[in-house]
Design a protein around this ligand. Structure first.
Ligand SMILES: NC(=O)c1ccc[n+]([C@@H]2O[C@H](COP(=O)([O-])OP(=O)(O)OC[C@H]3O[C@@H](n4cnc5c(N)ncnc54)[C@H](OP(=O)(O)O)[C@@H]3O)[C@@H](O)[C@H]2O)c1
Length: 259
């Protein structure tokens, strides 16, 4: 148990989730983090603890309902009722839509969308959030949740779903003191971003460097956003002063999307 605000962050061993976990912990939260790879969870917890931060965690595959229940139960037993949930775990994926397999489509839905519902429901119930008068649910969507992205129909569909879920639940929970928002990163330099560039380079028979140049040219700032810039928005949404912001989908994208 802790007197700090308690945050769960999914997919927190890499990229955006790792930056979010570090920033929330540095800002005074007790952070319970997760990802599929147990060794990475362990080393991430150790690294953050070496910085003097209050962090613990467990392995959880957000495609597996039982894993989600275990994550929320362990976090609640360790630190107490959950104040902040960051649904960050996600995957990229797509291709020529006529060639997509059922397996890919279903895995994208399970990883990016159904997981957000299941984890949110578990935090509201077993995590105790629905019995509190304050809470923050922050879903990492994407600018691809607001516009179509070529060769990424399943990704774009799931992220649109996350934005829709966010807006509906934000409205539903409005009177409760629990806010629900989506953060929509554009291009952020992470291992996922590297895999995405590899995919497009293969699909368009070009180099990853050329894909990088092409993507940068689409961004008014001329560069990818950083994980810290995305984490800063999450930290703000998790704060008291963001109390009147709910049911929104806020871009962190260097101007890539202005809608
Ligand atoms: N990078 C971008 O340009 C960008 C842009 C817009 C939105 N986003 C979104 O931001 C989020 C994070 O992306 P990122 O770029 O930081 O990705 P990343 O560097 O690939 O990190 C993904 C994290 O999620 C975990 N993860 C993956 N599948 C999981 C699963 N089924 N269950 C639990 N954890 C899982 C990974 O660890 P394990 O593999 O060990 O599970 C890792 O910790 C995603 O939702 C992504 O869609 C990213």
């Amino acid at each position: 148990m802790t007197s700090k605000r308690v945050a769960i962050v999914t997919g927190a061993t890499s990229g955006i989730g790792l930056a979010v976990a570090g920033r929330l912990a540095a800002g005074g939260h007790a952070v319970y983090l997760s990802a599929r790879t147990g060794d990475d969870v362990k080393s991430t917890v150790e690294n953050l603890r070496e910085e003097g931060l209050e962090v613990d965690g467990t392995a959880c595959d957000v495609r597996v309902p039982g894993d989600i229940d275990t994550l929320v139960r362990k976090a609640t037993e360790r630190y107490g009722p959950i104040d902040v949930l960051v649904n960050n775990a996600g995957r990229s994926g797509g291709g020529v839509t006529a060639d997509l397999t059922d397996e890919l489509w279903n895995d994208m839905l399970a990883t990016n969308l159904t997981s957000v519902f299941l984890t949110t429901r578990a935090v509201l119930n077993a995590g105790g959030m629905r019995h509190k008068s304050w809470g923050r649910i922050i879903n990492i969507a994407s600018t691809a949740g607001k516009q179509g992205v070529v060769l990424a129909a399943p990704y774009s569909a799931t992220k649109h779903g996350v934005v829709g879920f966010t807006k509906s639940l934000g409205n539903e929970l409005g009177p409760t003191g629990i806010t629900v928002n989506a953060v929509c990163p554009g291009y952020v330099e992470t291992p996922m971003a590297q895999r995405v560039r590899q995919g497009y380079a293969a699909a368009w028979s070009t180099t990853e460097d050329q894909i990088l140049t092409k993507f940068q040219a689409k961004i008014p700032l001329g560069r990818y956003s950083t994980t810290e810039e995305v984490a800063g928005m999450v930290e703000y949404l998790a704060s008291d002063i963001a109390g009147s912001i709910t049911a929104q989908a806020l871009n962190v994208c260097g101007g890539l999307g202005n809608f």
